[in-house]
Design a protein around this ligand. Sequence first.
Ligand code: ZN
Length: 144
Amino acid sequence: MSRPEQALVAAARAVRQRAYAPYSGFKVGAALRRRDGRIFAGCNVENASFGAGICAERAALLQAVAAGTRVGELQALAIYTAAGTPTPPCGMCLQFLVEFARELPIHLAGPRRVETVHLTALLPRPFRRFPGAARRRALRSRGG
Ligand code: ZN
């Protein structure tokens, strides 16, 4: 694994310590690297109202977008958990990520090993747009 990839995994591992996971006990850290080399990290934050929690992957992407990151600028993602097996992002996070990166190497890291997978392999047919939305917009603009 190259030095930039090692640094990305290290950032995910470090931010995992800040995870708030009193309900599942499953702490996750995620780090996204932008093309300019800047890294954005996020951890999972759970809530007594379970659905209000957020995954580490989306927390990291929120940081990146708030710092000005736009579509196509993300280069790689690392996810760190203490699990013995690699832990891929959930479906909601995959959909959230694919909005900003059509393709993205994802390093699934833990204390024993790192496995690299790709966003396109985990989410081969993402939802991209509302079918017919462009046509409806065109009709509306013509007064239809
Ligand atoms: Zn998720």
